[in-house]
Ligand binder design. Structure first.
Ligand code: SF4
Length: 244
């Protein structure tokens, strides 16, 4: 504990240095016996400051590779979608991809294979990427939720909230030059908005500083071929972003 003579000496020294106008007294250490009865924390409990790294205990933030993230996803039971899945679908592609494509969630074929964007919608995605001279193998492809929603329904809010930290970490690890959000769920999740896909497309948004383009999901294009033209306009913006 700082005694009175030490405080007085500090005071006089600071008066000398500061010209007598200001003084900064050291904070006296309060020992357990000095603490008032209603002090907090109660005697005997530690008052250690919180860790400077608030994410130190978060296993998702502790991952260092995409494989680490996939290893966490494989046994995940953070939401009810785990109950009906056959396989988790974490995502696939190179760790240094310049583009990340984000869809909504796995469908039947993805659930069976553990791979994103396979089947007819996946084939169309491969063609869309090829149209801007981007081999699928050079793109990291994943979804907002990593387990199949039953009957291909939209992922619910609580499911997205439980799963989206995996997606955020994947984007952090890949550090892409651009993100292509395909479909309303991906766009609204990443941009934290309820605006319609139509209102969000045909412009460059930002996700944590990374340019983000919104366009239609390939499955929607299969149902409505009229959306192919606007999708082409959107992916040409992606091409320009990657060429910058
Ligand atoms: S959807 Fe995501 S949060 Fe839910 S169980 Fe699957 S991996 Fe976990």
């Amino acid at each position: 504990m700082t005694d009175g003579r030490t405080l007085a000496r500090t005071y006089l020294e600071q008066q000398r240095v500061l010209g007598g106008n200001s003084v900064i007294l050291p904070t006296a250490t309060v020992g357990p016996s000095d603490r008032p009865a209603d002090s907090f924390p109660p005697p005997g409990l530690s008052f250690d400051p919180p860790s400077s790294d608030l994410f130190a205990a978060d296993p998702i933030q502790q991952t260092r590779t995409l494989a680490d993230v996939a290893a966490l996803i494989a046994p995940c039971i953070r939401c009810k979608l785990c109950e009906g899945r056959t396989r988790t679908v974490p995502g696939e592609g190179p760790a240094d991809a310049r583009l990340i494509v984000v869809g909504e969630g796995p469908g039947k074929t993805e659930d069976a294979t553990g791979r994103p964007f396979v089947g007819r919608a996946g084939e169309l995605l491969t063609k869309i990427l090829g149209a801007i001279a981007l081999p699928r193998e050079q793109v990291y492809i994943c979804n907002v939720v990593k387990c199949r929603p039953p009957d291909n329904r939209l992922p619910q809010y609580d499911e997205i909230a439980a799963c989206v930290p995996y997606l955020y970490r994947q984007i952090e690890l890949v550090k892409p030059k651009a993100i292509l959000a395909m479909g309303g769920t991906a766009a609204q999740t990443l941009l934290n908005t309820k605006q319609s896909l139509g209102a969000l497309r045909n412009q460059v948004h930002r996700f944590r500083g990374v340019p983000l383009i919104v366009t239609y999901h390939p499955a929607a294009l299969l149902r409505n071929p009229n959306w192919k033209r606007p999708t082409w306009d959107d992916v040409r913006i992606v091409r320009r972003l990657l060429d910058r």
